[in-house]
Design a protein around this ligand. Sequence first.
Ligand SMILES: Nc1ncnc2c1ncn2[C@@H]1O[C@H](COP(=O)(O)OP(=O)(O)OP(=O)(O)O)[C@@H](O)[C@H]1O
Ligand SMILES: [Mg+2]
Length: 328
Amino acid sequence: MAKVYGVAIRKGGQGKSTTVAMVGRLCALYGARVLVVDLAQPGTTTASLRDLWAPVEHDLLSNLLLAFRAFPAGIAPTPEQARAAFTAAALPVRLPTQPSWSGGSIAVLPWDDALGDTAAFLHSERLLAGLIEGLADEIDLALIDFPAEGGPLLANALAATQRVIMPLMPETPALEGVDALLRQMAAARAQGQDITLGGILLTRCEPKNKRMYDVVQTIRQVEEVEGVPVSGKLFPFAIRNNEFFEQAFRYGEPIWERTSNPAHWAGYVLLAEWLLRDAGLGNLSHQRRGPALLTSDTRILDITALLMNDPELPLGDFERAHLLVGEH
Ligand SMILES: Nc1ncnc2c1ncn2[C@@H]1O[C@H](COP(=O)(O)OP(=O)(O)OP(=O)(O)O)[C@@H](O)[C@H]1O
Ligand SMILES: [Mg+2]
């Protein structure tokens, strides 16, 4: 059964779409079969992967969801119903496999402009969960770019998700977005759903910026929200702020075609490897390969070393230092 990850925070612009597109590409490079579900306006994740698309005819995800609008609350399509609906709509879009993916693949349920309106007609919050289950034979893991606004699409995303990854820029107002989502997850758990926080990922970090240290300290002091030990959930590696992410998006390319320095995307490689291990695909995570390869001297931004003169460690040292950190 494919594990479903939601990349989510109730605050815009924190790097959700960048995280989904990067982790999707990287997991495929490691040989995993990935489903990307783009529910976040304005479809940035879908656009970020366009360089990989062949011209294919397909129906809209919104039409596919509308086909199930008569389903009342709590009812999910059966795997057979899901497969029939996918076949009729020529979805998901299966991106042409790249030689460097070594058996991996990316399939996309793409954003479309009608998705937001569609939500108003949906009664069941279990549609998406049922649809993803219908693809169980062909995917190893799913990544959902969460909608920022509440409503049936968010309810469907939550009901389909087992683990949440929260990208967070190191700025104090963003912490409210963490809190709001943790409370929604707690409500889902109270209804019996198995949804947990996988980790909080600091994005767009400037290693020398003192504010970043303050935000990390603030998170460390939050002992728990709704029973979740937030401070223990910070990933020890962080994503650097750099212009190449924006360029990669603008030119429709992976970041490793904009810069040859893997330090710029190394945090995402470590996140992809964490996710593969968490999804029970640890055997894949051992093979650092392809154009995104890190070496033992690639510099990693270590948030546990923020007070040091230089919080960036070579990967080899970083891995030794965090070998015993159980969670991550
Ligand atoms: N590490 C980074 N360094 C520099 N810029 C970044 C980085 N990560 C993302 N960005 C840029 O920041 C902006 C917001 O990122 P992104 O679109 O991934 O966030 P989001 O959470 O999906 O936003 P939204 O809430 O609008 O959907 C984009 O312009 C993106 O290119
Ligand atoms: Mg986005």
